[in-house]
Design a protein around this ligand. Structure first.
Ligand code: PCP
Length: 409
């Protein structure tokens, strides 16, 4: 196609979007109708319809065979949006509860119905849980690394703004103690958290004026955390901030640029020393910028809280796959997959799992003598949501109790 024509087309598309005042995102209707599907799904559906194969009742499950970076476990997240996607679709869905820790080869979800009723939703389904589960898992890993020290999700600036509520919700249910995004916090009914930006310091006449003005302007509920790495060495600015705000200063934030970061641990130790010898033992140290679970592990004994961006919001997705495992009640699966409906039973004594062919057993006896209970429960019946959706807070609590028994290894 002649270049100018192609450009005109792009221009026209761009103009349409501009006219519609819409970003390059799919609408609710486009997602629900399968317009965000990979093209091979509607094409195959067309042929299946032509050959009258569409009425076959199938069971499809969603599993993964491994996790990024050889992680040993992951957090299942994104269920709430799955229910929005499948509401009014004539099928039944069994899933683990959102926030459940799971392992490779374990089904987090099983869908029963006529394949063609949901086939074009596979792409959206996977997208909803792959990204959300990756973010929640990385947040949980950072939370394990931080132990009792709070961690905050500062990563929505690294993702398309249309998904910032999902990013912050996944980070929060994964274990973050707070999120910086206004829309994400609104979605969860919590207060967004934040400190101050370098731009703010630069626009004010001096660091001191910026910190004092912040203190005068902000409502009491906003913690007084002074950013102390804009122009001078962190220890100098931290002393200046402590002497400016005295006992009103809760913490200093060190977001030292990479070019100056060198040995960040030593910088934090110096700041700690200088604050303590001047009687500011109560002033805490908040660090951000390039933080991940391993940096947290290395700094948690000297830093009091962490702002984590890219490593959580940009976490690799959990690469779930959806596969047919049964047709007309006959187990059948592609190579590399176990056929047949399944259930995962988790022992309430030793916490180990039993993967079994699903026969609706209420419980199983574990080899340790404990009782193992089923993790997959029916959440959608003939398109109707039958699950009382837990709040993000409840899901977060469930995650924290499970990860308290886990490690990063
Ligand atoms: C960024 C901002 C985020 C941090 C870094 C996320 O600092 O404060 O909290 O970093 P990460 O993605 O590496 O984890 P700046 O870019 O300096 O922005 P600002 O001056 O607005 O704080």
């Amino acid at each position: 196609m002649r270049k100018d024509l192609r450009f005109k087309q792009i221009r026209a598309l761009g103009d349409n979007r501009m006219k519609e005042k819409n970003f390059h995102v799919a609408s609710f209707d486009e997602i629900k109708s399968g317009d965000t599907a990979d093209i091979y799904f509607p094409r195959c559906k067309e042929i299946l319809e032509k050959y009258e194969k569409c009425d076959k009742i199938v069971v499809a499950d969603v599993t993964t065979t491994s996790f990024p970076f050889n992680w040993k476990w992951a957090i299942f997240a994104g269920l709430e949006e799955i229910l929005i996607l499948f509401q009014d679709i004539d099928c039944d869905i069994y899933t683990m509860e959102e926030g459940t820790v799971f392992y490779p080869h374990q089904p987090v979800m099983e869908i029963e119905g006529k394949y063609c009723d949901f086939s074009v939703l596979e792409t959206a389904l996977l997208g909803l849980i792959c990204q959300s589960s990756g973010i929640a898992t990385r947040a949980a890993r950072c939370k394990i690394a931080a132990k009792d020290k709070p961690i905050y999700s500062f990563g929505i600036r690294r993702a398309h703004p249309s998904i910032s509520p999902m990013v912050d919700r996944s980070a929060y249910i994964g274990g973050c103690d707070g999120v910086s995004g206004i829309s994400g916090a609104k979605l969860m009914g919590i207060e967004p958290v934040g400190t101050m930006a370098h731009a703010y310091i630069i626009l004010m006449d001096s660091q001191e004026e910026a910190w004092i003005a912040f203190d005068k302007a902000m409502p009491e509920k906003v913690p007084r955390i002074a950013l102390t790495d804009t122009y001078f060495d962190e220890k100098i600015e931290s002393i200046m901030a402590a002497e400016s705000l005295k006992d009103k200063l809760l913490a200093v934030r060190l977001d030292t640029p990479g070019s100056r970061r060198g040995d960040f641990r030593s910088i934090i130790e110096e700041v700690r020393w200088e604050l303590d010898i001047r009687g500011f033992e109560e002033v805490k140290i908040f660090v951000s910028g390039g933080i991940d679970e391993f940096k947290i592990q290395n700094l948690r004994d000297i830093a009091d809280s962490f702002g984590v961006g890219t490593s959580i919001s940009g976490s690799p997705p959990i690469d779930y796959a959806m596969d047919i495992i049964e047709v007309e009640n006959i187990p059948c699966a592609k190579r590399g997959k176990y056929g047949g409906k399944k259930q995962v039973f988790r022992c309430n004594k030793c916490n180990s799992d039993i993967l079994a062919y699903r026969k609706n057993e209420k419980e199983k006896t574990c080899k340790c003598g404990g009782t193992a209970y089923p993790l997959l429960k029916k959440v959608l019946e003939k398109g109707e949501i039958i699950l009382d959706l837990p709040s993000p807070e409840e899901i977060r609590t469930k995650v924290l109790s499970q990860i308290s028994r886990l490690t990063l290894e």
